[in-house]
Design a protein around this ligand. Structure first.
Ligand code: URA
Length: 242
């Protein structure tokens, strides 16, 4: 049994708060009776729930982890006909959307879901989910530059929040290195812009972790369902981190 406002929000009717207003306004029926009290519990598998007389869709919620290759758009369609992430989800019947974005040229961990509430929660800046990237760069950036990125730099008039930045690997001939960067924000092309700021040439960028979730064991272009435990841990992380 779940609270009616939560079920409505999960079905994509509106935000949870707006759903509360919709209930209070007497627009919601459960089994043909108007329910205008908040906190009413319903069973989505049995109760027939309508808003303004129309039954809501209560589709099974799915949560996927995808290893996005480079050269793929984090979107469900592209007017220019480029490859999109959902091209890889051939067996998934539900309409899922990416949670946030990875650039066309970035590879790595991307979550997709049809649970709008989950998605909004993870993308909301107040939850500060740590996102971990590995950047392969030309040469070896100076330690002072990494320190600058740790402290925060000015990007488009706004400081970046403190980040965790370390060397993950250095080629013996110093021709390339791998920089490990953990950020808690999700500004547009943030990691690339941070590295551009210290004049590092990015050869490859990959997201390796998203909160507690790791890309390990999932090959490029493949996806898997999150376990119940993983979904729970993401929800817990968001509820704790504000
Ligand atoms: N930062 C970037 O620069 N690109 C991404 O795809 C994600 C984070």
């Amino acid at each position: 049994m779940e609270r009616l406002q939560k079920v409505l929000a999960q079905a994509g009717i509106a935000s949870r708060r707006k759903c509360e207003q919709i209930i209070l306004a007497g627009r919601v029926e459960v089994n043909d009776e108007i329910v205008s009290e908040l906190g009413t519990k319903v069973d989505v598998t049995e109760d027939i729930i309508k808003v303004d007389g129309k039954p809501i869709r209560s589709e099974e919620k799915i949560y996927l982890m995808f290893h996005k290759p480079k050269g793929v758009i984090s979107s469900i369609s592209d007017p220019e006909g480029r490859k999109v992430v959902t091209d890889y989800l051939t067996k998934v019947k539900q309409r899922v959307y990416p949670i946030g974005r990875l650039d066309y040229d970035t590879e790595g961990l991307l979550l997709l879901t049809n649970d709008g509430e989950f998605s909004n929660m993870l993308m909301h800046p107040k939850y500060k989910i740590p996102k971990h990237y590995h950047a392969v760069v030309k040469g070896v950036p100076h330690g002072n530059d990494l320190e600058k990125l740790r402290q925060g730099i000015m990007l488009e008039g706004k400081m970046t929040a403190p980040a965790e930045v370390e060397y993950a690997d250095v080629q013996p001939d110093m021709s390339q290195s791998v920089i490990s960067i953990i950020i808690h924000e999700g500004r547009n092309r943030q990691v690339r812009k941070m590295l551009e700021h210290i004049r590092a040439d990015v050869l490859k960028l990959r997201r390796v972790n998203y909160g507690p979730l790791s890309l390990q064991g999932l090959s490029r272009g493949k996806y898997r369902h999150l376990s119940e435990q993983e979904v729970k841990s993401m929800k817990k992380l968001a509820s704790k981190s504000h």
